[in-house]
Design a protein around this ligand. Structure first.
Ligand code: ADP
Ligand code: MG
Length: 243
């Protein structure tokens, strides 16, 4: 039955850089409607995994990525995003000189493949969803605060109409109360029917939001399961203490 089929499936994916194996035969699958967390110390291969899933900027060296059972790892990056797999980046990736509204509009046109009129409505709706105040929407992205740029990042993602959204360390640079606000934003996205894969190297946001947690160390999966059980495993504790 279609309901039990994974939405996104990663099969034995490897990415090498010369002699370095940044992602080492990683396999996992994500069900529709899930919030799937990925943790791991710095350099454990988390971002590289998102890079190879989205093809931005490179495909896997080996292995397969399937979306609703169809291989997507040979597609071009724009085809992957239009198929419904969108990502955010660790560093700000918005168009700095464009307004918040123009950024979200661009995502609706480019990723969501909407007409100008549709995109205009979708952008306004997405900005409402993340509660970015009306007067901020005309500001250049670079003039927004750190948290407002996170709101913009999430609004751009929603407007692109993804099936799966990959968030790479969205809590970076936020204060504790802001992380709590971000958690609300993630639940808003989830409430729009979007499946979420969330990378964080710090655990609190993952424990608060994820239904399933996978931990990477040196490119390989070292634990996967219920978040509260996974974080107690000795191999996970050891990886975080940096042995
Ligand atoms: P994480 O996101 O978990 O901190 P990364 O995926 O960024 O880790 O990096 C995993 C490993 O791959 C690191 O050792 C990093 O230096 C290396 N790496 C990542 N991207 C490249 C690249 N484009 N070229 C060479 N090495 C890379
Ligand atoms: Mg990273």
């Amino acid at each position: 039955p279609i309901d039990n089929e994974p939405l996104l499936e990663i099969r034995e994916v490897t990415r090498r850089f010369g002699a370095l194996v940044a992602v080492d035969k990683v396999s996992f699958s994500i069900r529709k409607g899930e919030i799937f967390g990925i943790a791991g110390p710095n350099g454990s291969g988390k971002s590289t995994l998102f890079n190879v899933i989205t093809g931005i900027p490179f495909p896997p060296s080996e292995g397969e990525v399937l979306l609703s059972g169809k291989p997507i790892h040979r597609l071009r990056p724009h085809q992957i995003s239009r198929a419904g797999v969108l990502r955010t980046f660790q560093k700000d990736a918005e168009f700095a000189t464009l307004s918040a509204r123009e950024n979200v509009y661009a995502s609706a046109v480019y990723c969501g493949q909407m007409s100008p009129a549709e995109a205009k409505d979708a952008a306004e709706q997405a900005l409402d969803d993340v509660s970015l105040a009306g007067e901020r929407r005309a500001k250049a992205a670079s003039d927004l605060s750190v948290f407002e740029r996170k709101q913009l990042m999430i609004a751009s993602a929603i407007a692109g109409r993804p099936k799966v959204l990959l968030l790479d360390e969205p809590a970076a640079g936020l204060t504790k109360p802001e992380v709590s606000g971000l958690s609300d934003l993630i639940h808003t996205v989830h409430g729009r029917g979007i499946t979420i894969v969330l990378i964080e190297h710090v655990l609190p946001l993952l424990l608060k939001t994820s239904e399933h947690l996978m931990v990477l160390n040196q490119g390989a999966v070292i634990a996967s399961g219920k978040p509260e059980e996974v974080v107690r495993k000795p191999e996970v504790v050891a990886a975080y203490l940096g042995k």
